[in-house]
Design a protein around this ligand. Structure first.
Ligand code: IPE
Ligand code: IPE
Ligand code: MG
Length: 240
């Protein structure tokens, strides 16, 4: 059996469809997502996951109607403020990946920074919230940073490159969970998911709960990760 994943990342998808299926505005789906977020954080921590990353807002999500974007900015701020003490008490180090666009309201950026500062020495679990995040953008920024460092092209290898990504201590993602049945990457942590396993539960994010999360961990543990190699004792043959 594959050991439990160290780093789990969730593409929290399906809020709009959850609301539309109830004849509610899409924003109601985002509001309902808060309960799931807290449930999943608790479940991950309880299961011994060391790194949990949540995709909350992509660089592409700026193209949504302005009332939805404004609502998300307000909602995320209220969630961060409401749960900051709990996250800290649970020993969770919080980080925000992205947060570069000047359209992000300054008070929200300040609350992100405050929560990062408050929880920076916690080690029980690291929660990375990808907000205004784009995987390609991170890779381009890393390339710029490398070039500025004046390194010679021949000296650049994968680990050297990765050291210029934001939060370079983040380990590779072991498992990605994308809810709502959609099966695409949507520009999420492209570098870090290179060898991740994926699960695509059909449940919409606002209906996703701890048992669904634990089921995904179980599915992961049944997988055989090969990393391009040959599974040990394939077909009973000796590997020599
Ligand atoms: C995910 O739910 C939340 C964000 C992208 C902010 P969606 O809002 O994408 O929900 P669907 O995909 O329209 O159902
Ligand atoms: C991905 O979901 C981004 C987040 C979950 C924050 P989207 O709903 O925006 O992605 P697409 O548009 O289906 O690819
Ligand atoms: Mg979506």
């Amino acid at each position: 059996m594959t050991p439990a994943p160290r780093h789990v990342a969730c593409v929290m998808d399906g809020n709009g469809r959850w609301a539309e299926s109830r004849s509610l505005p899409r924003t109601a789906g985002h509001r309902a997502a808060e309960t799931t977020v807290i449930d999943v954080i608790e479940a991950a921590r309880g299961a011994g996951v060391e790194w949990l990353s949540l995709y909350a807002f992509s660089t592409e999500n700026w193209s949504r109607p302005s009332n939805e974007v404004d609502y998300l900015m307000r909602l995320v701020r209220s969630v961060v403020r409401k749960h900051a003490a709990l996250l800290h008490a649970r020993g969770i180090r919080c980080r925000f990946l992205g947060v570069a666009d000047p359209r992000i309201p300054a008070p929200l950026a300040r609350d992100f920074a405050d929560l990062m500062t408050l929880t920076r020495t916690n080690r029980r679990m690291t929660l990375t919230v990808a907000f205004d995040h784009g995987g390609r953008g991170d890779i381009v920024e890393a390339a710029r940073s490398l070039i500025r460092s004046g390194v010679s092209a021949d000296a650049v290898d994968e680990s050297h490159f990765a050291a210029h990504l934001p939060f370079p201590d983040t380990p590779d993602v072991d498992l990605v969970i994308r809810t709502s049945g959609e099966q695409r990457i949507s520009n999420f942590m492209l570098w870090q998911v290179a060898y991740a396993e994926w699960t695509f539960p059909s449940v919409l994010w606002p209906d996703f709960r701890a048992p669904h999360f634990l089921e995904c961990l179980h599915t992961y543990q049944q997988r055989k990760r090969r990393f391009g190699g040959v599974p040990p004792h394939a077909n009973g043959e000796s590997r020599t």
